[in-house]
Design a protein around this ligand. Structure first.
Ligand code: PLP
Length: 847
C-alpha cells in the first residue's frame, strides 16, 4: 500500500549566511536569460543542476548541506556570488532605455498593465502552450531589459500545460504534474495584513484568489490562483489547467484574469507604492473583461456609462493574435448574461452589446471576446504587417462605413528576446564585439564577422552536435517509455548532415504532415547516399484536438520505420527546454502554414538568430522580411481550387527547393571542407535579421506607437472631458443623417499631368451639427478600370465663407503625384480632439 500525506509543506533551505544572496538570485527569473547567474548556480552542483532541469529553487532545496558549507568557505565562489549579486542590483535600479525616453517624452506612462492567459518565461514555470505565451514572456523580459514599467498579469495554473509522451502506436499521451507554488520561483503577494486576497463575483458566487509574484528582472508578474480552502470545491479548480475544460470553465478563468487581474494590480500598487497603470494592454481577447472592471471602477466614481467606456478605451491597447476563427474566444450570450447580471452598476444590455457580432455574418447568440476587445480599446494591432491586413479584413464589419484599408487596426511585428533564444556562445560573441562607446541598447549584429569561415562553420557543427546529443537522450527515453528497444537511438542523426527543424503546436493550419505528402520522395531525400538531409520535429497537439493527434501519429509512424529512422526524429514534449538547443542546432528552419493563418510565427526568428536559414511559406513575419540572403520561400498556391490540390502543389515546391537549392548549397564545400556560400547565409541571417526580429525593436514600437499615445489620451480624458466626449458622440450620431455633401466642383481638365494640382470646392450641409464637429476631406486615389478608389490619400479641405447659414463651403487642392487613372471624392467625418482616428465612430458621409 502507498501512504498518502494529508498535508504537504515545502521546506525552504537554510543557507549559510554568506550564501543568503543565492536565495534572492533564485527568486529573480533573470537567471533564465543571464548566463553568469545560471553558471553560478550550475557550479554549485553540475549534476544536480542537470537533474533539476536548471531550476535554481530546486537546486538550493536539494543541494547537500556539506557542499553549501564548502562553498561558503570558498573565497572564489563567494567573490563570484558577490559580483553576480551586484550585477543584479545594478540591473534592477540603473537607468535604462525607457528612463531616457521618458525624460524626453512627457506622456510616457508611469506604468502599463500587460495581461495574458499564458506566460512562457522558463521551462521551470510551465504556464504556456505555445507562441502566445512565449511572446508574452519575451515581452516582459525585454520590458525589463529596456526599463519599461510593465506589470504583467496572468493566472497560475496548478497543473500548467500538459507534458507530452507517446504510446507505442505514436498516439499522444498527456500528463499533468501538479505544481507546488512554494517550490517555484514565486512569492505570495502580501500587504500589511498578510497574504492579499482578491475577490471576484462569479455568476452570483464569490470567488477568492491569492496572488503569486514572479520577478521577471525588473518586471513584476502577478499570477492569480484560486486554489484556496476558502473557495467552494469547483471554484478551487478554476486555475487548474491552461486551456482545459468547457465554456463555463474558460469563462471563469477569463473573469478571474480580467476582473481579478485589475484588482490584483490595485492591490499590488497599494502594497508596494508602485504607480497605477495608465495603460492596460490585453494580449489577445482572453483578458478582455479587464475593460468591464475598469468601466465598473469609473461608474463607482460617478461616471455615466458612455463616459466610463470612453475613459476605458482611451487607456486600453488590444492586440489580436490570430486570424483562425477557432482561435477567437466566443461565449454563448446567456453565459455572459448570467455572469454580468448585477455586476456593479453596469447595465447588462450595454455589456452584451459590447461583444455582439451585430454585423453581416455574425451570430446573434454569441458574445465575441475579440469584438469586445476592439470596442473597448482605442488602439488595436495585429502582429505582422500581413496579419494587420488580414485583421482589417476580418474585422471590417465593425467599421463597415470605411474602406478596408482604413479599419483602425495597425500592426507591430512580433519579436523575440535574443538573450533567451540565442545560444550562449553566440551571445558572448555579440557581447565580445562591443566597444566601450557603443550604445548600450544596440547589439553588434555583425559580430560573426569576427570569426573566419572555418571557425564559424566549426562552431555551427558543434551546435548541431549538441542538439544531436539532446535528440539521442530524449529519443532513448521515449523509446523506453513506448516499450521499444532503444539501442538504435544512440546512432540517430549525424553531425555532418544538413539538419532541418520543424517544431510548433499542431493545429491543422500549420500542416505538420505536409512533408509526408509524397513519402517516397521524402524518404529518398532522407536516405540519399551522399547528400542526405535529416529532420528534427516536435510539437504538442491540444488535448481535445483528435485531428492534431492523428497528424502526430502519422508522423511518428513514418519516423519509426527502420529505413528512415536514423534521419528523421519526432521528439516528444516540445517546451522551452527543448526549444533552446533546437534552434542553434538546425541549419534550416521549416515552416509551411496555410497562408495567411500564421499571424506572425516567431520560431523562425529564433532560428535565424542562431544562424539557421528559413524555408517558409511567405506568411506572417517571413512575408515581410523574406530575402534570399536569409533563406528560401515556399511558393504559396492560394489560388488553388481546393486544399488538397494546394497541399500537393506546395509540397512539391517544398521538395524541389530542398533538393535543388538547399542541399547543393549546403554540401558545396571547398578544399578546406567549408561551404563558403552557406557560411555567408549564416552571417547574413544574423546580421540582417538580428536588428529586425528582436523583441527590443518590438517593445520600443509598442511604447512609442501605442503605450505613449494611449497614456496621453488617458491623461487628457479626465471625467469632465469624458462626459463631454460621450455627449458629443451622442449628438453627432443623432445629427449625422442631416450631414450631406451637396455639390462638388473642380477646376481641372479631364487630362492632367504629374505635378499638376487639382482644385476642389465642396458645398456641404451639417443640419444640427457645427463646422467644428466635422472634418471635410478631399480623398484622392488610384482607379483600376472601375470607379473604386484605392490607396486612399485624404487631405483636409479648408472652410471658406459659405453661401448661406445652412450651406458651408470648403476648398483645397490635391497634387497629382503619379500617372495613370486617378480619381478623387470628398467626404465628411466626425472630428474631435479626443478621437485617435477618424473611423472611430464608424460615421462618414460621401456624396
Ligand atoms: C517559439 C516557440 C513557439 C512558437 O513558435 P511559432 O513558430 O510561432 O509557432 C512555441 N513553442 C515554443 C516552446 C517556442 O519556443
Amino acid at each position: 500500500m502507498t501512504v498518502r500525506a494529508i498535508q504537504r509543506f515545502t521546506v525552504r533551505p537554510v543557507l549559510p549566511d554568506v550564501l543568503k544572496p543565492l536565495g534572492d538570485l533564485a527568486l529573480n527569473l533573470r537567471w533564465s536569460w543571464h548566463a553568469d547567474t545560471g553558471e553560478l548556480f550550475r557550479t554549485i552542483d553540475p549534476e544536480l543542476w542537470r537533474r533539476t532541469g536548471g531550476d535554481p529553487v530546486r537546486l538550493l532545496a536539494e543541494a547537500a548541506p556539506e557542499r553549501l558549507a564548502a562553498l561558503a568557505a570558498d573565497p572564489s565562489f563567494v567573490a563570484d556570488l558577490d559580483r553576480v549579486r551586484a550585477d543584479l542590483a545594478d540591473y534592477l535600479t540603473g537607468d535604462r532605455w525607457y528612463q531616457r525616453y521618458a525624460a524626453d517624452t512627457p506622456d510616457a506612462p508611469a506604468a502599463i498593465g500587460y495581461f495574458s492567459p499564458e506566460f512562457g518565461i522558463t521551462e521551470v514555470l510551465p504556464q504556456y502552450s505555445g507562441g502566445l505565451g512565449i511572446l508574452a514572456g519575451d515581452h516582459l523580459k525585454t520590458a525589463s531589459d529596456l526599463g519599461v514599467p510593465i506589470i504583467g498579469v496572468g493566472l497560475l495554473y496548478r497543473q500548467g500545460y500538459f507534458r507530452q509522451s507517446l504510446d507505442a502506436s505514436g498516439w499522444q499521451q498527456e500528463q499533468y504534474p501538479l505544481l507546488d507554488p512554494n517550490a517555484l520561483p514565486l512569492s505570495l503577494l502580501r500587504d500589511h495584513e498578510g497574504p492579499v486576497r482578491i475577490e471576484v463575483p462569479l455568476a452570483g458566487h464569490r470567488l477568492l484568489a491569492q496572488v503569486w509574484l514572479a520577478d521577471v528582472g525588473r518586471v513584476p508578474l502577478l499570477l492569480l490562483d484560486s486554489d484556496l480552502e476558502d473557495n467552494e470545491g469547483p471554484e478551487r479548480m478554476i486555475t487548474d489547467r491552461l486551456y482545459g475544460g468547457g465554456a463555463d470553465h474558460r469563462l471563469a478563468q477569463e473573469v478571474l484574469l480580467g476582473i481579478g487581474g485589475v484588482r490584483a494590480i490595485r492591490a499590488y500598487c497599494a502594497a508596494t507604492g508602485h504607480p497605477a497603470p495608465e495603460v492596460f494592454h490585453t494580449n489577445e481577447g482572453h483578458a478582455g473583461f479587464l475593460g468591464l472592471e475598469r468601466i465598473r471602477e469609473y461608474l463607482a466614481d460617478g461616471s455615466g456609462f458612455d463616459a466610463a467606456v470612453e475613459r476605458t478605451r482611451a487607456g486600453t491597447v488590444f492586440t489580436t493574435h490570430t486570424p483562425v476563427p477557432a482561435g477567437i474566444d466566443r461565449f454563448p450570450r446567456e453565459l455572459i448574461a448570467a455572469q454580468f447580471e448585477g455586476f456593479g452598476d453596469l447595465d447588462l444590455d450595454r455589456v452584451l452589446a459590447l461583444g455582439a457580432e451585430d454585423y453581416g455574418g455574425g451570430d446573434p447568440g454569441t458574445f465575441n471576446m475579440a469584438v469586445m476587445g476592439l470596442r473597448l480599446a482605442q488602439r488595436a494591432n495585429g502582429v505582422s504587417r500581413l496579419h494587420g491586413e488580414v485583421s482589417r479584413r476580418m474585422f471590417r464589419g465593425l467599421w463597415r462605413e470605411f474602406d478596408e484599408a482604413e479599419v483602425p487596426i495597425g500592426s507591430i511585428t512580433n519579436g523575440v528576446h535574443h538573450r533567451t533564444w540565442m545560444h550562449p556562445e553566440l551571445v558572448s560573441l555579440l557581447d565580445g564585439a562591443r566597444d566601450a562607446g557603443d550604445d548600450p541598447d544596440a547589439e553588434r549584429w555583425d559580430a560573426l564577422a569576427g570569426l573566419d569561415d572555418g571557425a564559424l562553420w566549426a562552431l555551427k557543427r558543434r551546435l548541431r552536435g549538441e542538439l544531436i546529443n539532446v535528440c539521442r537522450q530524449r529519443l532513448a527515453a521515449s523509446a523506453a517509455h513506448r516499450g521499444q528497444p532503444a539501442e538504435w537511438t544512440g546512432a540517430v542523426l549525424d553531425d555532418d548532415v544538413i539538419t532541418i527543424g520543424f517544431a510548433r503546436r499542431v493545429p491543422s493550419y500549420k500542416r505538420l504532415t505536409l512533408m509526408l505528402r509524397d513519402p517516397e520522395r521524402l524518404a529518398r531525400l532522407l536516405t540519399h547516399p551522399t547528400r542526405p538531409i535529416q529532420l528534427v520535429i516536435a510539437g504538442k497537439s491540444h488535448p481535445a484536438d483528435e485531428g492534431g493527434k492523428r497528424l502526430i501519429q502519422q508522423l511518428v509512424q513514418f519516423a519509426d520505420a527502420e529505413r528512415v529512422r536514423r534521419r528523421i526524429v519526432f521528439l516528444p514534449d516540445y517546451d522551452i527546454a527543448l526549444a533552446k538547443p533546437l534552434y542553434p542546432g538546425c541549419d534550416v528552419w521549416l515552416n509551411n502554414p496555410l497562408r495567411p493563418y500564421e499571424a506572425c510565427g516567431t520560431s523562425g526568428m529564433k532560428a535565424a538568430l542562431n544562424g539557421a536559414a528559413n524555408l517558409s511559406i511567405r506568411d506572417g513575419w517571413w512575408d515581410e522580411w523574406y530575402d534570399p540572403h536569409f533563406g528560401w520561400e515556399i511558393p504559396s498556391a492560394e489560388g488553388a481550387a481546393d486544399q488538397d490540390h494546394r497541399d500537393a502543389v506546395e509540397a512539391a515546391a517544398l521538395y524541389d527547393v530542398i533538393e535543388n537549392e538547399i542541399v547543393p548549397r549546403f554540401y558545396d564545400a571547398d578544399a578546406d571542407g567549408v561551404p563558403r556560400r552557406w557560411v555567408r547565409l549564416i552571417r547574413d541571417a544574423v546580421a540582417g535579421l538580428g536588428p529586425k526580429v528582436t523583441a527590443a525593436r518590438m517593445v520600443r514600437e509598442y511604447v512609442s506607437e501605442l503605450y505613449t499615445p494611449a497614456a496621453a489620451s488617458s491623461k487628457i480624458l479626465d471625467s469632465a472631458a469624458a462626459e463631454q466626449l460621450a455627449a458629443w458622440a451622442d449628438r453627432v450620431r443623432a445629427g449625422w443623417p442631416g450631414v450631406l455633401v451637396d455639390h462638388v466642383a473642380s477646376r481641372a481638365e479631364d487630362s492632367v499631368q504629374v505635378g499638376d494640382r487639382i482644385e476642389v470646392t465642396a458645398l456641404i450641409r451639417l443640419g444640427d451639427l457645427e463646422p467644428d464637429d466635422v472634418e471635410v476631406q478631399l480623398v484622392a486615389g488610384r482607379l483600376d478600370g472601375d470607379d473604386e478608389l484605392r490607396e486612399l490619400r485624404p487631405v483636409p479641405l479648408q472652410a471658406e465663407p459659405g453661401p448661406s447659414d445652412e450651406v458651408h463651403r470648403y476648398s483645397g487642392t490635391v497634387a497629382v503625384e503619379r500617372a495613370g487613372a486617378i480619381g478623387y471624392t470628398v467626404r465628411i467625418l466626425p472630428r474631435n480632439r479626443y478621437l485617435a482616428n477618424s473611423a472611430e465612430l464608424n460615421l462618414v458621409r460621401y456624396p
